[in-house]
Write a protein that binds this ligand. Sequence first.
Ligand code: PMP
Length: 309
Amino acid sequence: MAGLWTYLDGRILRPEDARIGLLTHALHYGTAVFEGIRAYWSEAAGQLNIVAARAHYTRFARSARIMRLPLSEDADELVAITVELLRRSQLREDVYVRPILFAASQDLDVDYRAGGASLAVCLVPMPGQDGQDAHEGAGLRCVTSSWRRVPDAAMPVRAKVAGAYVNSCLAHLEALDAGCDEAILLTADGHVSEASAENLLLLRDGACITPPVTDDILEGVTRALLLRLLTDDLGVPVLERSVDRSELYVCDELLLCGTWTEVAPVTSVDGRAVGDGCPGRIGRELRRRYLAAVRGESPGPAGWLVPVY
Ligand code: PMP
């Protein structure tokens, strides 16, 4: 039966029938790990393709392991659950998929291990986005946040942990209050880490520079694909190294990348224009290639797209 379906602990339910208790540990302490996955509808192929499902679920399993949350399904089983959910919902539009594994304990003790974990997968349709490029025209205005990125020494940043997103929320709201679109966070020692929910790519003198995984970033799935496209398809050399804040002010192009934001050019940082203040050439080309790959219009890496129908 069409209409949205949700997965919760082995059952496929209507979203309104999926209920959890108010004392759920994850609600109080942020003890959950999650993913953000996209499926793109291709009108030409009459197909809904899930992007990088295996890579996302592999990160999900790693996040679970870091947080000691039990997960019995492997990445392939999680992909199969997602395909089944999308197929049942009969969606023919772009969809955001939100899997979450959360500490299910109903005990307020911080030790959540005895309560086990619940697994849910939610679908959020994104109608009207087909073929649209939200970042074709104007770029994003960013500010350096007064909040520092959570250091891995305080919380595991390569795990996508719900509680860590308090840091993202504070930084993002601060950017909006400043009349900008997004925040760039520095590490505790002052290097550029990432944006509130996107990784960063700088282009300088024909090369791409991106903060390394040891500078408190989430190890982004989109970042990994783009670095491959840059080196293999565009012949742009990639340097993974620590980035100083002032490099943001002198780079030729600056891009945010992530599943939600896709590839978005930044046109100002802290009131200074990036390059000539317009989206740059390499960023535009990279975005075009990324969107073609996720929409199934050009071949991406093997297994990159998982068809639903
Ligand atoms: N950093 C953070 C903090 C994020 O939340 C996200 C979105 N998942 C990203 C980077 C980009 O990661 P991905 O390309 O895997 O979506």
